[in-house]
Write a protein that binds this ligand. Structure first.
Ligand SMILES: Nc1nc2c(ncn2[C@@H]2O[C@H](COP(=O)(O)OP(=O)(O)OP(=O)(O)O)[C@@H](O)[C@H]2O)c(=O)[nH]1
Ligand SMILES: [Mg+2]
Ligand SMILES: [Zn+2]
Length: 355
C-alpha cells in the first residue's frame, strides 16, 4: 500500500527517521477498536496493540497514546511510538476533569456538522469552533440535513445567518446529502492527502456524508428517532480514503464538548470579543465596571450580543477550571512524557551510531 495515499509526506518521514533503522515501519492509525488500533502500513493493514513501554510513558494521560489519524512506528505487530502530531482535536474526557482525550490527529480540516433547529444552537457551535481552532486545523461549519429546514419551520438562509454570527472568519455552508447541495463544495476541500474530521451530534448525517463523498455505502447510517435525535449509530472513529485522494475521519456523535485547551482556540473562536477587549483602556480589564472598556461599550450599543459575551465568559471560566485541575499534575506529566519521548529517540540514535 502506498502510504502517500494516507497523507504521508516529507515532514512525517523526517519525524520517523529516528525509528527507521530499528526495524520499525511507519503506519497511520485508521480506526480504534477494542482489540487494538487498525494501522495502515506499506505492507497492508494490521491490528496493533500499543507497547507497555509506550503506555508507561504516557502515564495517566491517554493523550500520548495512539489516536485515529496518528502516524506511528510499528514493529512486530505493535505500536512503539506516536510521531509528533501536526494537529490534534482534543476534548476533556467525559466524566474526568483531568484527562485529555484525542478525538483525531493530523487533520487539516475540522468539519463541524450541525442540524437545523435545536442542534444549531449558537452556544454549541461556539464550543465546537473553540475545539476546532484549538486543534490547529482549519474549521468549517456545515448545516447538515438542510433539506429539512422547512419541516422545522425555518429556512436555510436564516439558519446560515445564525451560524455565521457565531463563526467569525469561518466558512459556513448548507449541506444536503439527499439533494446533493453542498456535497461538491466539501469534496473540493478534500484535495489528495488532506485529512478532514467530521464532528457533531448523533444523527446530523456525518456518516451519510462520508458515504456520499466516497460514492458508496461504506459506513452504517442510522434512522432518526421520533424526537429528532440520533441514536449513536457510529461507535468507532474511522478514517476513510476517498477515491479522489482526500481523507475523512468519521466520529461517533459528540454528547460532551468539554474544553481541553490553553485558551488559544477560544480566543480564535471569539476573535470579535478579543478584538474589542484589545481596545479596552486597561490591559487587565475584566469588562465589568472599568472605565474605557470597549467590551461594555459594544454591549451597550448592541454591537456585541449579550449572550455571546456571556458564552465567552463561561468558556473562560471553564478553561480556568481545567487549568486549576490539571496544573501542576497533568502539566508535569506532559513534560515528563515529552522528555521521556525525546530521550528514547536520542537513545535510539546513539544505538544506531554503535551499529
Ligand atoms: N433529510 C435528510 N436526512 C439525512 C441527510 N443526511 C443524513 N440523513 C439521515 O439522517 C440519519 C442519520 O444519519 P447518519 O449519517 O447516521 O448520522 P451520523 O451523524 O453519522 O450519526 P451518528 O453516527 O449517530 O453520530 C439517517 O437516517 C440519514 O439517512 C440529509 O441530508 N437530509
Ligand atoms: Mg455516524
Ligand atoms: Zn474591557
Amino acid at each position: 500500500m502506498d502510504l502517500d495515499l494516507f497523507g504521508w509526506d516529507g515532514d512525517f518521514a523526517g519525524q520517523f527517521a529516528p525509528w527507521a533503522d530499528a526495524g520499525h515501519r511507519p503506519g497511520r492509525v485508521i480506526a480504534a477498536h477494542r482489540g487494538g488500533d487498525l494501522v495502515a502500513t506499506g505492507a497492508g493493514e494490521l491490528l496493533a496493540q500499543t507497547t507497555g513501554r509506550l503506555r508507561h510513558l504516557a502515564g495517566p494521560s491517554v493523550a500520548g497514546l495512539p489516536a485515529v489519524g496518528d502516524w506511528v512506528a510499528v514493529r512486530d505487530g505493535r505500536i512503539h511510538a506516536v510521531l509528533p502530531r501536526r494537529t490534534a482535536v482534543t476534548r476533556r474526557a467525559p466524566g474526568s476533569p483531568t484527562v485529555e482525550q484525542v478525538l483525531a490527529a493530523n487533520v487539516d480540516l475540522v468539519v463541524a456538522v450541525v442540524a437545523p433547529g435545536r442542534d444549531a444552537n449558537p452556544r454549541r457551535v461556539e464550543r465546537l469552533l473553540a475545539l476546532a481552532w484549538e486543534s490547529g486545523a482549519q474549521p468549517v461549519v456545515v448545516l447538515g440535513r438542510a433539506d429539512l429546514c422547512p419541516d422545522w419551520g425555518t429556512d436555510v438562509d436564516t439558519e446560515l445567518a445564525g451560524l455565521a454570527a457565531v463563526a467569525p472568519g469561518v466558512q459556513v455552508l448548507a449541506l444536503s446529502c439527499y439533494t446533493g447541495e453542498g456535497v461538491d463544495e466539501i469534496a473540493a476541500m478534500l484535495t489528495p492527502g488532506r485529512t478532514a474530521v467530521l464532528l457533531g451530534s448523533s444523527g446530523v448525517g456525518k456518516s451519510t456524508l462520508v458515504n456520499r463523498l466516497a460514492g458508496r455505502d461504506l459506513l452504517a447510517t442510522g434512522e432518526i428517532r421520533d424526537d429528532g435525535k440520533g441514536r449513536h449509530t457510529t461507535t468507532t472513529r474511522q478514517l476513510v480514503v476517498l477515491a479522489d485522494g482526500g481523507l475523512v475521519i468519521d466520529t461517533p456523535g459528540l454528547r460532551e464538548l468539554g474544553l481541553w485547551a490553553n485558551g488559544a482556540g477560544t480566543a480564535a473562536a471569539f476573535d470579535d470579543v478579543a478584538a474589542l477587549a484589545a481596545e479596552c483602556r486597561f490591559d487587565d480589564c475584566r469588562h465589568r465596571t472599568e472605565p474605557g472598556c470597549a467590551v461594555l461599550a459594544a454591549l451597550e450599543d448592541g454591537r456585541l450580543p449579550a449572550e455571546r459575551f456571556s458564552a465567552w465568559e463561561k468558556l473562560q471560566r471553564e478553561l480556568a477550571w481545567v487549568e486549576r485541575r490539571t496544573d501542576p499534575m497533568a502539566a508535569a506529566n506532559r513534560r515528563r512524557h515529552i522528555r521521556a519521548m525525546s530521550k528514547s529517540i536520542r537513545a535510539n540514535k546513539v544505538h544506531r551510531g554503535r551499529d
